[in-house]
Ligand binder design. Structure first.
Ligand code: ADP
Length: 256
């Protein structure tokens, strides 16, 4: 193949534009949303009500992002779409280079269990299981054997990291609200997810306990190299993330 141009000089056949150069050098985002629309139909026959009206943003591996916005603005809706718990009416949710819309349910289930971690406002711990057993619940769906008890060892190590070493065999009912949420965070991290989705995880905690839970998320983000998307009402907590995006009128914009 000749590289000679029409003037006879050595010229490359293809010169990347600024856009393609940028695309080539930028790392592939961990998560990308492209023009995501979500509309709900509330009553039979009524027109669907759009909650998200074209949301686009990207999260890099290991990043921390807060999402804020008034109640009812669609924050949980957005997190449900990112978490493969719901599907957009239009647009794409792309996780680690793969459009979730093209994946079979079994793979979506694996992604929810292994690539993503979830923490909600309520801890959703199983009351009849101990702290350590609760943390190990997401490992039960993994078919590969647990070589050398590695999963239980990781559970103990993570629980130690969040200050619960001496509570491994307690039932959740014996823990404080903050301790239960710490167990929920550890459970979300047990399978080494790439992205932790936290939907108002401090919503039922007092101010000081809420602040230490967010401190914990920041520490675990650094130590476990897990990206975090935190939905929060509290500006002071949101400010602990690397950047804050605001959901308003169905659009997501940087909070200046
Ligand atoms: P936020 O988390 O910001 O408070 P949500 O995402 O929970 O907001 O809800 C956004 C809007 O979408 C609200 O008006 C809510 O009533 C509506 N909504 C949420 N889920 C559904 C659903 N499954 N069916 C119909 N409407 C819904």
């Amino acid at each position: 193949m000749s590289l000679m141009g029409p003037m006879g000089s050595m010229q490359p056949k293809w010169v990347p534009t600024r856009e393609t150069r940028t695309a080539m050098s930028a790392p592939e985002p961990l998560l990308e949303l492209r023009d995501v629309v979500k509309a709900y139909t509330s009553t039979a026959g009524a027109d669907p009500m759009p909650v998200l009206r074209g949301v686009s943003f990207a999260v890099q591996a290991g990043e921390t992002v807060a999402i804020v916005g008034p109640s009812g603005s669609g924050k949980s809706t957005l997190l449900n779409l990112i978490g493969a718990l719901d599907t957009p009416s239009a647009g794409s949710v792309i996780l680690a280079g793969r459009d979730l819309a093209g994946l079979p349910e079994a793979e979506l289930a694996r992604i929810r269990n292994c690539d993503l971690g979830f923490v909600f406002q309520l801890h959703h711990l199983l009351p009849q299981c101990t702290v350590q057993e609760n943390v190990l619940v997401p490992t039960l769906a993994i078919s590969t054997p647990d070589a050398g008890g590695e999963r239980a060892a990781r559970a103990r190590q993570l629980l130690g990291r969040v200050g619960l070493t001496n509570r491994l065999d307690d039932l959740p009912g014996r823990l404080s609200g903050g301790e239960r949420q710490r167990v929920a965070v550890v459970r979300a991290l047990i399978n080494r997810p790439k992205l932790l989705l936290a939907d108002e995880p401090t919503g039922s905690l007092d101010q000081d306990t809420a602040a230490s839970l967010v401190d914990l998320l920041v520490t675990l983000n650094r130590d476990e190299k897990v990206a975090v998307i935190l939905v929060s009402h509290a500006p002071a907590l949101a400010a602990r993330m690397g950047r804050t995006l605001q959901l308003r009128n169905g659009k997501l914009e940087p909070l200046i």
